[in-house]
Design a protein around this ligand. Sequence first.
Ligand SMILES: [Zn+2]
Length: 259
Amino acid sequence: MRLIESTQWINYKNHNTLFVKGYDVLVDTQSLSPIMPLSHGLGHKQITVHDVHVDHDMVFARASYSDYECKNTHWVSAKKLLNHANDQVVHHVLRGVHYLGWDARHQFCSQCGARLEKQKDLFEKKCVQCERLFYPNLAPAIAVAIRRGDSIVLARGPYFPKGQYSVLAGFVDPGESAEAAVHREVKEEVGLEVTNIQYVGTQSWPFPGSFMIAFTADYAGGEICVDGVEIEDAQWFELSDLPDLPVRGSLSRRLIEGL
Ligand SMILES: [Zn+2]
């Protein structure tokens, strides 16, 4: 990952670029693709490009925008875009949003307060005073599909889109294994016991900076009991009659559809 000086941006004008503003990405209105030449965004007076990073054959551009309408491009939520993007686009969106988000939130050293400086061709940043290195954050978290016959437990938090349910998920605590986190989160969130925990896969998830580790587990006992705060509802759902699920492109969705 290399930060490019603004005087050099013209050299990258034809490079495939992803324009990112927070958790939004710019898409071409006609093709609905978020990948477009750098010149496409630079040429719009309503889009301000703040910095540009080259990542192998891709460019990630941090941008902001006015409310002024543009007929050629528009901004969409990166999560929504994952619903219909192919695997390659999903990869670029997850990587670009993750890196630019971390970069924006990590401008100063948490040890001495001095400015952080980007390192040539590297992800990490270095403190200009105490020289401590900082790497993009990935907070490990588990996601688990709990099975009992042809049913699974799905839950929803108060911040979920209306009607949407997902597998249980939670961050791994310091000193804890992912498997232990599965047992703890399941017990804390829905009051159940599980057994036969099986690894399924992983995904970096930049909303806001998780590293998801997915498992399946078999129901081993207990009745569903939610706290009404972190989890507002959890139910057993038949695999043939599932509610609205998380976006395609997410590991949670893959976990459910793989059952
Ligand atoms: Zn420092």
